[in-house]
Design a protein around this ligand. Structure first.
Ligand SMILES: C[S@@+](CC[C@H](N)C(=O)[O-])C[C@H]1O[C@@H](n2cnc3c(N)ncnc32)[C@H](O)[C@@H]1O
Length: 198
């Protein structure tokens, strides 16, 4: 399966750049495995988890039989395959809004090894006048950039509308992941970065 560009893959480069030498990496909501494939070029151990069996089988096609990439068919919150596992980097792109926010943030925190980094690229709901104003102002520039990159959409992906505002996500992150950085980003996304104390 080929590479493609959309508002999620636009952030892949910075996520891949966050991989440190010898890192154990988990991609939550790995879908068809495009990010996993890019991470596998740098990490020593790469795991993806997704409950969508069809997407996972497309992900499997990206890797030869002998590949050490591990694909878990399951739910972030309940998969027994993640029990006792700890990762140096956990990525989660366009997936957090599919899950109950607080249990998901707690689970992501618990899956990190001390000193490990969480990198979320997420979607939030417009709730305030400011949210709507920013989205409106970005409409045209995002359309232009999507054209420049020849956006190919979201091939056979399970999608959902976000229901939580960025303010709500920021407040939850401040409690569960103290010191985390939540930033509004281009392409109607936010990023949340947190390093677990060593
Ligand atoms: C919009 S897609 C994003 C896929 C991929 N991360 C990307 O950026 O292209 C959201 C993904 O989250 C997955 N997902 C939904 N609920 C999940 C859960 N409880 N645990 C792990 N992944 C989940 C869906 O199956 C889907 O593949």
């Amino acid at each position: 399966m080929d590479d493609y560009w959309n508002h999620n893959t636009a952030y892949h480069r910075e996520l891949v750049a966050a991989v440190r030498q010898g890192a154990r990496v988990l991609d939550v909501g790995c879908g068809d495995g495009l990010l996993l494939q890019k991470l596998a070029g740098r990490a020593s151990q790469v795991t993806g988890i997704d409950p969508d069996a069809a997407a996972l089988s497309r992900a499997r096609e990206r890797f030869p039989q002998s590949s050490p990439v591990r694909l878990i068919h399951g739910d972030l919150l309940t998969s027994p395959d993640l029990e006792g596992q700890r990762f140096d980097l956990v990525t989660c792109v366009a997936t957090l809004h599919h899950l109950p926010l607080i249990p998901a943030l707690e689970r992501l925190r618990d899956l990190l090894a001390p000193g490990g980094q969480l990198r979320i690229v997420g979607l939030s709901a417009n709730a305030s006048v400011l949210d709507w104003a920013i989205s409106g102002a970005l409409l045209l520039p995002i359309r232009v950039m999507s054209g420049v990159h020849r956006e190919s959409g979201y091939p056979d992906m399970t999608t959902a509308r976000p229901s939580e505002s960025l303010t709500h996500i920021r407040d939850a992150a401040a409690t569960i992941l103290p010191g985390s950085q939540v930033r509004r980003r281009f392409y109607y996304r936010y990023s949340l970065t947190w390093t677990k104390p060593a």
